[in-house]
Ligand binder design. Structure first.
Ligand code: FES
Length: 332
C-alpha cells in the first residue's frame, strides 16, 4: 500500500495500482478515456516524489518539462504529491471556420485557433465541445497551415461525429488539446520507401502525411493503399490520381472491402483488402516505413499482420484513436 496526495488530499494505492485506478476506486470523478497512455486526458502534475519513467510515456518534451504525468500509467511506489491541471492549461480555444461534406459520411472541418500550435499529420488532438464531450482526431493538413483541418467520419450513434456532420455550424466554439503523439513523417525518413495503408477517414491523415513528405522533398517511393467500404468513401480519389501524374515516386491503389458493394472497377480501384495488396509487393526491407491510419480495429489487425510478416516495431506507425466517450467533467 502506498499513499499519494492529489491537491493535498491523501489516497492509498494498492500494489501495482495506477493513480487513476486508485482515484476511481476512491470515488473521485476524473477525466480519462483510454487508460492506455494514449489519449492524454488523465494528465496530472507531479509536485513531489519520484515516478517511474513509463508515467510520462508519449508526452511531448514540453509536457514532460512541466512534470505532467498520465495518471493511468503512474504506479506510485513512494509518497507522491500530485496536482490537478486546470483545463485552460491543457486546452486552447478553437472556432469552426470551414465546413464541407466530402461524402455521405465524411465531413471536413477547418479550425482556427486563438494561438498557433505546431502539428504534424499523424499526430492527434483532443477536441472538446461546449458540454464537455471530447473526442480525438488527427489533423490532415501539413504543419504551418493557418487552419487545423480534420476529416471526420460520421459514426453510427457517434455523438460527436454526428454533431459535427449535421449540426455544428461555422463560428462554433470548441476547445482543443494537443497536438499529441509521436508517429508522424520525420525528415530522417526522406530516403525511405513509405508504405501507407489507410482505412475510412484515415485517408485524410494519409493524404496529409504524403503531402508533408512531398513538400519536404522526400526522395524515396511512396505507396498508398486505401481500404474503403464502397466507392463513395474514396473521397480523395481524383486528387490522388492527379498526384500520381505529378509525382513519379507516388503510387496509389484503392481497395473496396465491402462485401455487398459491386464497385465499378475503374482506374486504380479493385476489390480486396489493402494490407494483402501491400504485402504482395512490399516484403519488409530496411529502408522502409509502414504507416497504418484509420479506425482502431482495422489498424490493430493490420499492425499484427505487419509484425507476423516481419516488420520491426520501430518501422510500423499505427495511427488510430480511441472513440469511446471521454469523461465530460473538466477540472476547474
Ligand atoms: S492517457 Fe490516461 S486515460 Fe488515456
Amino acid at each position: 500500500m502506498t499513499v499519494f496526495y492529489l491537491d493535498g488530499q491523501a489516497f492509498e494505492s494498492e500494489a501495482q495500482e495506477t493513480v487513476l485506478d486508485a482515484l476511481i476506486r476512491h470515488g473521485q470523478r476524473l477525466n480519462y478515456s483510454c487508460k492506455k497512455g494514449v489519449c492524454k486526458t488523465c494528465l496530472v502534475q507531479q509536485v513531489k516524489g519520484d515516478i517511474l519513467v513509463g508515467s510520462q510515456r508519449g508526452l511531448t518534451r514540453a509536457l514532460k518539462k512541466r512534470n505532467y504525468i498520465c495518471a493511468c500509467q503512474c504506479r506510485p511506489f513512494e509518497a507522491l504529491a500530485l496536482k490537478s491541471i486546470l483545463s485552460q492549461d491543457l486546452f486552447v480555444s478553437a472556432v469552426i471556420q470551414e465546413k464541407k461534406l466530402l461524402s455521405d459520411s465524411i465531413v471536413r472541418i477547418g479550425l482556427k485557433l486563438d494561438e498557433g500550435i505546431c502539428h504534424q499529420p499523424g499526430q492527434y488532438i483532443n477536441l472538446r465541445r461546449f458540454d464537455g464531450l471530447t473526442r480525438s482526431y488527427s489533423p490532415t493538413n501539413i504543419s504551418g497551415a493557418s487552419l487545423i483541418e480534420l476529416h471526420v467520419k460520421r459514426k453510427y450513434n457517434g455523438q460527436f461525429s454526428d454533431w459535427l456532420y449535421h449540426h455544428a455550424g461555422l463560428g462554433e466554439q470548441l476547445l482543443l488539446q494537443g497536438p499529441l503523439g509521436s508517429h508522424y513523417y520525420k525528415q530522417e525518413y526522406a530516403e525511405d520507401k513509405l508504405i501507407i495503408i489507410a482505412f475510412g477517414s484515415g485517408l485524410g491523415v494519409a493524404h496529409g502525411i504524403i503531402n508533408q513528405a512531398l513538400v519536404g522533398g522526400h526522395k524515396g517511393d511512396i505507396f498508398l493503399y486505401v481500404g474503403a467500404q464502397n466507392e463513395t468513401d474514396l473521397y480523395l480519389h481524383a486528387q490522388l490520381l492527379k498526384m500520381m501524374l505529378e509525382y513519379k515516386q507516388f503510387s496509389y491503389q484503392a481497395c473496396i472491402t465491402g462485401q455487398a458493394s459491386t464497385p465499378r472497377l475503374g482506374r486504380r480501384v479493385m476489390l480486396g483488402d489493402p494490407f494483402s495488396e501491400a504485402i504482395k509487393l512490399h516484403q519488409f526491407d530496411r529502408q522502409q516505413q509502414l504507416f497504418i491510419c484509420g479506425e482502431p480495429t482495422a489498424v490493430n489487425q493490420s499492425r499484427e499482420r505487419a509484425f507476423l510478416n516481419g516488420y520491426p516495431i520501430a518501422r510500423v506507425h499505427a495511427l488510430s484513436f480511441e472513440y469511446k466517450d471521454l469523461r465530460a467533467r473538466t477540472r476547474e
